[in-house]
Structure formats: C-alpha cells, structure tokens
Ligand binder design. Structure first.
Ligand code: YXS
Length: 259
C-alpha cells in the first residue's frame, strides 16, 4: 500500500496516510486504500479506527486531489466522487472513527474530519474550508455536514473567507474535541480509543447510526433539490470554476470575474 500504513492492535485499527509528496491530497488511489483498510477493520471487528498522518506532518491532508477534479461541464462532487464515497464510508462505519490531526486540513479533508466521530488535534493544526478559494460549488450533503460541524455564522465565515481556523479556536467553537501539544497527540488519541474499546460495541454502533440518521434528517423537496443542482451547475459550468482550478495548477492567484 504505497499511500497508507495500516495496523490493527487490541481492537484499534490505525490508518496513516503517507502520500507526503502530494500532502495526502485525497486522490482516488489514496481513498481506495483507506476504504480497503476500513473494510479490513470492519471484517476484523475493530472497535475504533484512528485516521492520521505521519508524526510531524505540516499538512494532514491538502483536500480533494485538484488534478482529479473535472475542468468543466461535470459535477465535481457527484455521488460517485471518491471523496463522497469516503465520507459515506466513515459515517456508516460500525465503530467510532477518530481523526488524529497534525498539520493543515484543507477543503474536502475538512469534511472527512467532520465525518469522523471524534477529533483530536495538535495545537498547530488548522482547518480551512476552501470551495470559494477555488470556485467549487460544494455538494448538498457536504454543506449539510459543514452545518452540523459549526454554527451558522462560523460556517459562513469559514466558507466565504476560506481562511484556515486554528485548532484552539475550533475547539473553543466545539468543532473538535481536544487540542493537545504535538508530543501528547498520540497518547491522548490512544487513551480515547482504549476507553471506547472497553465499552459495548453493539450499543456504540447503533447509537452512531442513530446519530447519523437524525443528523441527516432534513426534508428537501424535489423542487428544492433541482433548484440547488441548477445553481451548482451554473457554477461548475462557469469560467470562474475553470479559472480557480487552472490557477492552482499554474501556481498563480486566480482572477475571479463572477461569470
Ligand atoms: O508542484 P508539485 O508537483 O510539487 O505538487 C505540489 C502541489 O501541486 C501538490 N498539492 C496538491 N495536488 C493536488 N491536489 C491538492 N489539493 C494539492 N495540494 C497540494 O502538492 C505539492 C506540494 O504543494 P505546495 O508546493 O503547494 O506545498 P506548500 O507547502 O507550499 O503549500 C501547502 C498548501 C496545502 C498550503 C498548498 O499545497 C495548498 O494550498 N494546497 C491546496 C489546498 C486546497 O485548497 N485544497 C482544496 C482542494 S479542492 C477540495 O478539497 C474541494 C473540492 S473544495 O475546494 O470544494 O473544498
């Protein structure tokens, strides 16, 4: 597995993303490995999973692999997009998934972290919600996941400014569970994981599924869905969407014109 390291020990499965060269950008190949690891841990009855980057990482994950986003005329975050598949897999995994964060969390990686059940971050970590920085029309479920992770005005600030939020502020806002010093991160995460493994897995599994179903219990009419998809299509068909992705790939600042 070139992009992850996976181990299970005492009912605790740990997945370390190791594609440091691309800052753990969530490519199809990295996500496939994480999904295979989750399937293995599900079969081996893991009672908790830890998703992490290597110790000392400056970037936990740079978000969706931008080189794999469609440049035009196609929904960049459709149902079968690998990021969408990973978020669903984490949400439906029958045991708690703990995000152990060190470094920057960018874009869709924030949704992956917020899809996890518990988040422990080192003091220097940050969280940046970046669709607006690239011109991407985020998808409906993803926006709902962000709404569940932060209050009304906070998620608007994070989305509209696309600026990184420091872990201490995220903790103060209740977006993550703990901020610890880097040298305490692994121990604190393992302590939580061990506490979970000592409790009843069936009860935990059913409560996790109840929370998922109740959190996503939002009525949306076909008319609302079609309106949202039409608005999103106008964005991913726009010149600004192409400009946002192209500018990143050309390593320059994008010039958005609102068209
Ligand atoms: O030039 P090389 O080949 O060395 O590759 C560079 C970057 O192009 C690459 N890289 C990425 N490749 C694909 N997808 C990415 N998301 C991505 N991020 C980085 O990694 C190599 C090293 O990057 P570099 O030179 O920029 O490193 P740095 O230390 O100067 O800067 C680190 C970052 C994370 C601040 C910088 O790489 C960055 O801003 N990356 C993009 C973060 C971001 O906006 N992610 C959102 C991706 S799109 C997404 O998640 C959703 C669709 S949405 O936008 O809607 O939230």
């Amino acid at each position: 597995m070139p992009f992850t390291h996976q181990v299970i020990d005492n009912l605790i499965g740990t997945i370390t993303m190791t594609n440091n060269r691309k800052l753990n950008a969530l490519s199809r190949s990295l996500i496939d490995e994480i999904m295979l690891a989750l399937e293995r841990f599900r079969n081996e009855k893991a009672r908790v999973v830890i998703l992490r980057a290597p110790e000392g990482s400056k970037v936990w994950s740079a978000g969706h692999d931008i080189t794999e986003l469609p440049l035009e005329r196609r929904d960049p975050l459709g149902w079968d997009d690998p990021l969408r598949q990973l978020v669903r897999e984490i949400e439906t995994f029958p045991a708690p998934v703990i995000a152990m964060i060190e470094g920057g969390v960018w874009g869709g990686a924030c949704e992956v972290v917020f899809a996890c059940d518990i988040v422990v971050a080192s003091r220097g970590s940050t969280f940046a919600v970046t669709p607006a920085k690239l011109g991407v029309p985020y998808n409906i479920t993803g926006v709902l996941n962000f709404m569940n992770a932060a209050s009304r005005c906070i998620i608007r600030e994070m989305t509209f400014t696309a600026q990184p939020v420091p872990a201490a502020r995220a903790e103060m806002l209740g977006m993550i569970n703990y901020v610890v010093e880097s040298d305490e991160l692994e121990a604190r995460t393992l302590q939580l994981a061990q506490q979970i493994t000592r409790n009843a897995p069936l009860s935990i599994s059913v409560i996790k599924e109840q929370l998922r179903l109740l959190e996503s219990a939002h009525t949306i009419t076909p008319r609302m869905f079609e309106r949202i998809q039409g608005l999103r299509r106008a964005v991913y068909d726009s010149r600004d969407y192409r400009e946002g992705l192209t500018a990143f790939l050309e390593k320059r600042r994008p010039e958005f014109i609102g068209a």
